[in-house]
Design a protein around this ligand. Structure first.
Ligand code: AMP
Length: 438
């Protein structure tokens, strides 16, 4: 039994030591290099702190080094939180205040930015100063008593009061998700994945850990290519990408450009998407150009480890029809609860989508109040303690028994696939002295 996601990497290093695992624009890294470099980072962390199960912030530009750092954090027996180096410092600082990281992994340039903003130098590890030629043994590190209910990462999402919420996810939840996805979408060592999701956004979990578990090849697509569709499509074609998992906004942009007709991307065999509503008009364009590809609508919030339902597109849809979010993933139950907290079974009755299963987060980091609001006792079980997550999403069953997404109960929106609580924006605006009300 795998007690941590590191088992995935150990297995792939055994099977495919010299196969390229990660590519960014600068470099390629094999599975062996991923591991050996991660062990160097783990060692640097252990030199800073003897503590285990403590948070480590990773403050690096999106690159293979970020993923090497994540694994380094895990080998050190700790958990990681990624932040975007393009976030304003106020946002980074609010994450630091909640997380209280013991160590921050960064590079020379971004380390200077943190220091200039008052971050304590003693916490920083600069990857530019690590000697990656040194070989470190992992026996001691692997035996650092990680068990699968330990945290692997904390991802911060928008909070309605202006304070971001840190969603804490365990190794077990990732393994549960990745084992399901690897099988459902027949991922193998021949799969070539072009990543779109930023590494602080949970869609990236699928890309990273499918690559790690199956010996697939992960291409870290430069973020700016998503603003230049021709460049993006040529990159997919040249690298013979056969698997993508993007937010609908990215797929919509490509459809609107019409460039799929001019640049041959027939190498793409699987198109998965998640994070917001995918309009059938744009999906139909993709389906017309790639008639043999598999298309799947995945649904889920960060709090249940990215995805809890899926729909593999298996019939024709009109441009103005909604696309189902389908059925619960393996080892997951989705419950639609009405306002009396009773289970909805009839089609067409709308209720709140609630989730039960191993995928559930351990709650919001250092935030028991918010945790209690969203992670509640299963109202259908009054015999023993059992948490469900109330997503705040509304949904109903259609005539085929598929779940249909109907929008939100609250003021959370999606912008380019990113989750934003409008309350966060209101709070920020109201903090400006010249503003009377928002
Ligand atoms: P996040 O935590 O950033 O992944 O955002 C989760 C929220 O995005 C969900 O609660 C939904 O409101 C929305 N969402 C995710 N996937 C889908 C989808 N396939 N269709 C419609 N909305 C989605």
């Amino acid at each position: 039994m795998r007690n941590s996601v590191l088992c995935y990497l150990e297995e792939s290093v055994e099977k495919f030591p010299e196969k390229v695992a990660l590519s960014d624009l600068q470099n390629d890294y094999t599975f062996s290099q991923w591991k050996s470099m991660a062990l160097c980072i783990a060692n640097a962390i252990i030199e800073k702190t003897n503590e285990k199960k403590v948070p480590v912030l990773v403050y690096l530009p999106k690159s293979a080094m970020t993923l090497i750092s994540f694994v380094g954090v895990l080998y050190s027996g700790n958990y990681y939180t990624p932040t975007d180096v393009k976030f304003p410092f106020e946002k980074v600082n609010s994450i630091i205040k909640c997380l209280i990281p013991k160590v921050i992994i960064t590079d020379k340039k971004h380390g200077k930015f943190l220091l200039d903003n008052g971050v304590n130098e003693s916490k920083l590890i600069n990857v530019d100063e690590i000697d990656f030629t040194i070989e470190h043994k992992n026996d001691e590190l692997l035996n650092s008593s990680i068990i699968d209910t330990d945290l692997a990462y904390v991802f911060f999402t928008s909070g309605s009061t202006g304070v971001p919420k840190g969603v804490a996810i365990t190794h077990r939840s990732i393994i549960d998700y990745i084992d399901w996805a690897g099988e459902k979408f027949s991922v193998t060592c021949d799969t070539r994945i072009a990543n779109q999701a930023p590494f602080y956004f949970d869609n990236s979990i699928l890309d990273i850990y499918l690559c790690m578990s199956k010996g697939a090849h992960l291409y870290i697509t430069p973020e700016m290519y998503f603003a230049f569709t021709a460049k993006l499509l040529n990159y997919l074609r040249e690298n013979e990408i056969n698997f993508i998992f993007w937010v609908p906004s990215a797929l919509i942009n490509v459809a609107n450009s019409g460039l799929l007709e001019q640049i041959d991307c027939s190498c793409i065999k699987k198109v998965l998407f998640c994070g917001e509503v995918m309009p059938n008009r744009h999906l139909n364009y993709w389906r017309k150009i790639l008639p043999d590809a598999l298309f799947a609508n995945l649904y889920g919030p960060t709090e249940i480890t990215d995805v809890c339902s899926y729909y593999i597109v298996d019939r024709e849809f009109e441009d103005d029809e909604p696309l189902p979010i389908g059925f619960a993933c393996n080892n997951t139950q989705i419950m639609l609860l009405n306002s009396e907290n009773s289970l909805i079974t009839e089609s067409d009755e709308m209720g709140e989508l609630c989730v039960r299963g191993t995928s559930l987060s351990m709650g919001y980091y250092n935030n028991p109040d918010k945790t209690e609001e969203a992670f509640v006792q299963n109202p259908l079980n009054n015999h023993y303690a059992e948490k469900i997550y109330r997503t705040g999403d509304l949904a109903h069953y259609n005539q085929y028994g598929e779940i249909m997404f109907d929008g939100r109960k609250d003021f959370q929106i999606k912008h380019l696939g990113y989750r934003i609580e409008l309350g966060e924006i209101e709070t920020a605006i109201l903090s400006i002295e010249a503003v009377y009300n928002a």
